[in-house]
Design a protein around this ligand. Structure first.
Ligand code: THU
Length: 120
């Protein structure tokens, strides 16, 4: 699904398409893609786009997220996305997807140890 999500990526400024697929505690999958903007900082990453869709549907628990890119590469989330996703804890499996058969997985705890939080 992360690879599928690349189809709707809007990345005319970097030509780096990113697709994400998020598995929630409600056993639903949500796709997200990066959406760039002429005002560069106004764009959104694929991971946060997927989380926003899930949260809007009332999902409150997140189990795993997969990230695919075009061109294919093992890409783990940017710092902003790590912090965003860590809002709900770091017990989340993060898959970098290079192809249907080639993935790497790390926990969000490994990607963002000692996350910033107001309510430890
Ligand atoms: N991007 C993501 O969608 N997720 C990340 O974790 C890293 C970066 C997007 C933002 C921008 O559209 C493009 O990749 C190049 O930085």
């Amino acid at each position: 699904m992360a690879i599928e999500a690349l189809d709707n990526s809007y990345a005319p400024y970097t030509n780096f398409k990113v697709g994400a697929a998020l598995l929630t505690g409600g056993n639903h999958f949500y796709k997200g893609c990066n959406i760039e903007n002429a005002s560069l900082g106004a764009g959104i990453c694929a991971e946060r786009a997927a989380f926003a869709r899930a949260w809007t549907d009332g999902e409150k628990k997140f189990l795993a997220v997969a990230i695919a890119t075009d061109p294919p590469s093992f890409t783990f989330p940017c710092g902003t996305c790590r912090q965003f996703m860590a809002e709900w804890g770091t017990d989340l499996n993060v898959y970098a997807v290079k192809s249907h058969k080639s993935t790497q997985v790390l926990s969000l705890e490994e990607l963002l140890p000692h996350r910033f939080t107001h309510h430890p």
